[in-house]
Design a protein around this ligand. Structure first.
Ligand SMILES: [Zn+2]
Ligand SMILES: [Zn+2]
Ligand SMILES: [Zn+2]
Length: 108
């Protein structure tokens, strides 16, 4: 595991959108400003590493849970359906084929 700066609150540990109150802690990192990810983590394609759900802008990204990074296991290749964007071209929701990561585990 390695520690990265929390993408959702940008490391401040505070709720970036003041959803509860100005003093509310970030729901992603619990106020520490840091989140733990597994070592083989890549930037979340769906939110582009921001940790923010791109279709709403005030809630956490459903793909990475606000961390801005997602874990991949083994060798990966670019998702052919979303071309690595993590976003379904027709609906704007996350790509079902790769789960929004933009990459899929290569079968070869
Ligand atoms: Zn945070
Ligand atoms: Zn994300
Ligand atoms: Zn995809």
């Amino acid at each position: 595991m390695s520690e990265i700066r929390c993408a959702f609150c940008k490391g401040t540990g505070k709720d970036p959108f003041d959803l509860l109150s100005k003093l509310a802690t970030c729901q992603v990192c619990g106020g520490t400003g840091k989140v733990e990810v597994e070592v083989r983590a890549i930037e979340c394609a769906y939110c582009k590493g921001t940790g923010v759900y791109p279709r709403n802008g005030r809630v956490t990204c459903t793909v990475c849970n606000g961390k801005g990074m997602v874990t991949v296991k083994g060798a990966t290749e670019e998702c052919f359906r979303c071309k690595g964007t993590g976003t379904a071209i027709d609906s704007g929701l996350f790509c079902i084929n790769c789960g929004g990561k933009g990459v899929v585990v290569s079968k070869s």
